[in-house]
Structures are given as C-alpha cells and as structure tokens.
Design a protein around this ligand. Structure first.
Ligand code: R5P
Length: 311
C-alpha cells in the first residue's frame, strides 16, 4: 500500500502517514512556468494499492486538476488500485439544477475523477449523502460526528445541550450528532423570505431558551449562515452557542465575521488546511481528522469494515 499527496493539504497528508506509519510516496507535484500541473512519481507503484490525499479546496480548480493528474500518473504507472482520498470534496454544493440551464457540477467532478482512473473514493461529510451515487465506483463517506461528539462532551460537560441545524437541509446531520450526545433535543433555524426584496426572517423551531446550543453544519464558507443562525438563537434566549463544522472553507471575511459574532466557539476539522488567520483567531479551534481518515484507509487496505467505525 502507498500513500501519495497532492499539495492542497500536506500537513493532513503527513498526519495520515504518521497514523499509518507509512512514508509518503516520493513524488513531485509541481507547475510548469505557465501553471500547468506536472506530476512525477519517484518510486515504483506497479501493483500497489495507492491512496491519493487531496482536498479539492481553494484554489478548487487547481487542486482538482492536481488530483486528476496524480490519478492519471498512477494509472499509467500500473498501480493496482487507486483511491481518491478527498477529505473535502469540493463542488459538492452544486448537486442539482437550482434553475434552468445550470450545471450539476458535483456529478461532472465525480465523472472526471472516475474517468481519470480512480477505483474508489473516500471523503468526509459529503455535502449530501446522495453524492455517493454520483460515482459508479465504491465511495466511502466518513462522518466527523463521532469526533465532534467526543469533543462536545469533553468541553461542555454535556448538560442542558441542544443540537441545532442552521437550516432545514442539515436536520439529518444534526439528528445524528444529537443521538451521540445522549439523545440531546433538536432545534432548527428556518430562514424565510416571504417575498423578494423583504429581508430574511430567522425562525427558530424548538425552545432554545436557557440551552447551550451546538450548531452543526458541513461547511462554513462566508460564515453568513452560521453567524446569523447563532444570533437568532441568542435572540430566542439561548444561554450560549458553539458551532461544529466539518469543512472550514472560510472564504473572504469569514474569520472576521466569526470573531465578531455571538458564537462562543467555532470548532472545525482540518479537512481543509487552516490558514494563518484561522489559526490566529481565538474563537476558532481545529480538531484533527487524520486519525479517522487514516483508520478508514487502513481498513480499506485490509478489506475490513469501514462502517463499523461509526457503530
Ligand atoms: C449549505 O447548504 C451548507 O451546508 C452551508 O450551510 C453553507 O455552504 C454555508 O455557507 P456560508 O458560510 O457562506 O453561509
């Protein structure tokens, strides 16, 4: 078995390598003068079970292209099996046609990864579970919920908790976390705009007064969804609001927005390499995802159960 890395999140790839006690495969993943990607693998991979770690995070197109070209290089070098390990699988939010004449980019990316030569995919908290079905190759979707639940219990003591989904679409994810928190009660923030041009109203479904709320979502991008939901919970009488998000996309002024928000704390994982601004923000804490991804890789290589990681 071999573990290879693109450039999108080298610290995570190294942490996974440490977990597996396996060196990263010697390879150059670099650029020509015109920014075209060039990959050269410096050791024999013929007949090997190879895992390529590459989150397709910002810059999404460059990182996606690196992944595709790494897979192509491995296929042409006769690797026996190639697994695309995308701790953060980008383009996932474009998983349906929101209007006429729009793409389904998540499906296109799934086709590209498959066509490049991947035999399997391993991702963490895909934006929607059904994206697994966009691939006609085995696709494992890992959940960060067990890692998050352990952290919530360690840091909150577990008393008077309420798990909250910041939108209706995230209820399944929130319910899964609530189950792991001794069946904590659930609330939902429902964003409504009655007609165009009227500002959004944040309705809170569930009685959050006096509760320590745990907001859970898969992605924080601009931070708007999360910070507005946190404010709505405080306005409805919540005692405190902390948030657990798997993928810290954190674009633009998101870190500043979090710093200035009513959130007590934002906890993300390192599926995407945190920027210096993220690491410097006193309100943001990063949970390592390498043990979960590393263990799943070990089990795939051993042909043992991945789903039992979540029993
Ligand atoms: C949406 O469906 C996702 O789960 C996130 O809620 C969304 O991507 C967050 O985006 P932002 O931080 O820009 O509000």
């Amino acid at each position: 078995m071999k573990l290879m890395a693109g450039n999108s999140n080298l610290p995570l790839a190294r942490a996974i390598a440490d977990y597996l006690q396996l060196p990263l495969t010697k390879a150059d993943v670099r650029r020509f003068a015109d920014e075209e990607v060039f990959v050269e693998i410096h050791e024999n991979v013929r007949g090997e079970d190879v895992f390529v770690v590459q989150s397709t995070s910002y810059p999404a197109n460059d990182n996606l292209m690196e992944l595709l070209i790494c897979i192509d290089a491995l296929r042409r070098a006769s690797a026996r099996r190639i697994t695309a390990v995308t701790p953060y699988f980008g383009y996932a939010r474009q998983d349906r046609k929101p209007g006429p004449r729009t793409p389904i980019s998540a499906k296109l990316v799934a086709n590209l990864v498959t066509q490049a030569g991947a035999d399997r995919v391993l991702a963490v908290d895909l934006h929607a579970g059904q994206i697994q079905g966009f691939f006609d190759i085995p696709t494992d979707n890992l959940y960060a919920a067990p890692v998050m639940a352990a952290d919530v219990l360690e840091h909150s003591g577990g008393d008077n908790l309420m798990v909250v989904s910041p939108d209706v679409g995230g209820v399944v994810r929130a319910r899964a976390l609530a189950k792991r928190l001794n069946n904590a009660p659930l609330a939902i923030v429902d964003k409504r705009r009655d007609r165009p041009g009227v500002s959004e109203v944040m309705n809170v479904i569930g009685d959050v007064s006096g509760r320590h709320c745990i907001l859970i979502d898969d992605i924080i991008d601009s931070g708007g969804t999360l910070c507005n939901a946190a404010q709505a919970l405080i306005d409805h009488g919540a005692a405190s609001v902390a948030a657990y998000l798997t993928h810290g996309v954190l674009s633009g002024k998101a870190v500043e927005r979090v710093a200035g928000s009513v959130l007590k704390e934002l906890v993300i994982t390192d599926t995407i390499q945190p920027t210096e601004a993220t690491l410097a923000c006193a309100k943001i804490r990063v949970l390592p995802i390498a043990p979960l991804v590393g263990e799943a890789i070990r089990r795939i290589a051993d042909e043992s159960s991945v789903s039992s990681l979540f029993d």
